[in-house]
Design a protein around this ligand. Structure first.
Ligand SMILES: CC(C)(COP(=O)(O)OP(=O)(O)OC[C@H]1O[C@@H](n2cnc3c(N)ncnc32)[C@H](O)[C@@H]1OP(=O)(O)O)[C@@H](O)C(=O)NCCC(=O)NCCS
Length: 169
C-alpha cells in the first residue's frame, strides 16, 4: 500500500505518513481547532486524546491499513487526515478525521486535499469512500456534500451521533 504515498508524490503539498514522532505538530492543529474539539467532540485536545489518532482502528482492521497523512506547505503541517484503506469493505476507504489548520480554513485547501485523496483511492481500485460526521456539525456536513458525498445512515459511537456519508469513486 506504499503506492498511496507514491501517488501523492507530485501533489502541490508535501505528503508524509505521520507517526507518534509528529504528535506535537498534530496537537498544535487540534488545539487550534478548539471549536471542533470542545463543541462537537466534547473533548479537550490533550496530548493523550490526540495520541489516539495514531492508534485507533475500526473493528477487524490492522495498522497496515491505516495512514495518518500529513500535508505540508514549506515544512509547516497545514492539515492531516486519518485514512483507513480496505474498510468497511475491501473495496472502500474511510476517512476517520480530517482537519485543516484553522488559520488556513476557507481557502480551498480542504477541497484540494480531499479531491486528490479521492483520485488516489480510485486509482488503487477502491470504489467507495466513507466518512462519519457528527450530526450537528452542519457546516462540515455541507463541506462533504460539496465534495460529492451523500448521507445514507446514522450510527451512535462514543455518545455521539454520526451521519454516515459516502461517495462512489
Ligand atoms: C471541514 C474542513 C476540513 C474544510 O477544509 P477547508 O480548507 O476549510 O475547506 P475549503 O476552503 O476547501 O472549502 C471547500 C468548500 O466547503 C465550504 N466550507 C468549508 N468549510 C466550511 C464551513 N465551516 N462552513 C461553510 N462552508 C464551508 C467552502 O465554502 C467551500 O465551498 P465552495 O467550494 O463552494 O467555495 C475544515 O474547515 C476543518 O478542518 N474543520 C474543522 C475540523 C472538522 O470539523 N473536520 C471534519 C471532521 S471529519
Amino acid at each position: 500500500m506504499e503506492k498511496i504515498l507514491n501517488k501523492l508524490e507530485n501533489f502541490e503539498f508535501n505528503v508524509k505518513k505521520l507517526d507518534e514522532t509528529n504528535i506535537f505538530e498534530v496537537l498544535e492543529i487540534c488545539k487550534n481547532n478548539k471549536k471542533y474539539y470542545e463543541e462537537y467532540l466534547h473533548e479537550k485536545a490533550t496530548l493523550e486524546e490526540v495520541s489516539t489518532i495514531f492508534t485507533e482502528l475500526p473493528p477487524n482492521t490492522n495498522l497496515s491499513q491505516k495512514y495518518v497523512l500529513g500535508f505540508y506547505d514549506n515544512k509547516k503541517l497545514i492539515a492531516f487526515m486519518d485514512l483507513i484503506v480496505g474498510y468497511p469493505t475491501h473495496k472502500s476507504g474511510m476517512i476517520g478525521l480530517f482537519i485543516v489548520e484553522p488559520s488556513l480554513q476557507g481557502q480551498g485547501i480542504g477541497k484540494k486535499i480531499v479531491a486528490k485523496i479521492l483520485q488516489v483511492l480510485k486509482s488503487i481500485n477502491l470504489s467507495i469512500c466513507e466518512i462519519g460526521v457528527i450530526d450537528n456539525n452542519i457546516e462540515v456536513i455541507n463541506f462533504w456534500k460539496k465534495m460529492g458525498f451523500v448521507d445514507y445512515d446514522t450510527k451512535t459511537q462514543d455518545n455521539l451521533t454520526l451521519i454516515k456519508m459516502q461517495k462512489k469513486l
